[in-house]
Design a binder for this molecule. Structure first.
Ligand code: NI
Length: 162
């Protein structure tokens, strides 16, 4: 397991547009695994390559809870094909630790991406997964949710008992 350092908001790399991945090299596979390890270690539900300092179009997502079996999703060159509906709710980001903000996203998206074998696949997502896909693809365009949070960002409430 190799953890990578997560860049925090204000780091200029988070404002840059990422490049398309043409080939899945061993380095890309290692990056994807490191990103998953880093995301799980940080208790996040998604992580995009620029957040670990790599300007490539790769994101990892897992919206399952601790009690559920892990369901890692690796998306290379992801694109939203369709979106509809609307959800307004709190969103956070591992690059903006301890903060949340209210963001409106589509309730439902259909996206396409490539897997680590460079096979194209489609994914249909609702709710939190749809939100995560939109959030992570924004990172690939150099956008961080704080810029679209309604009313700005605020401190995350401490979990019960802390
Ligand atoms: Ni984020």
């Amino acid at each position: 397991m190799a953890l990578r350092q997560i860049r925090t908001y204000g780091d200029e790399i988070l404002a840059k547009k990422c490049r398309v991945i043409e080939n899945v090299t061993p380095r890309i596979k290692e990056l994807a695994q490191d990103m998953l390890d880093t995301m799980y270690e940080a208790n996040g539900v998604g992580l995009a390559a620029p957040q670990v300092g790599v300007l490539k179009r790769l994101v990892v997502i897992d919206v399952t809870s601790d009690e559920e079996e892990a369901n890692p999703i690796i998306m290379i060159n992801p694109e939203i094909l369709e979106s509809d509906g609307e959800q307004t709710g709190d969103e956070g980001c591992l690059s903006v630790p301890g903060k949340v903000g209210t963001v409106t996203r589509p309730m439902h998206v259909v996206a396409k991406a490539f897997d680590l074998d460079m096979r194209e696949y489609r994914i249909e997502a609702e709710g939190l997964l749809a939100r995560a896909i939109c959030h992570e693809i924004d990172h690939l365009e150099g956008r961080v949710y704080v810029e679209i949070a309604e009313g700005g960002i605020r401190d995350m409430e401490a979990p019960d008992g802390e």
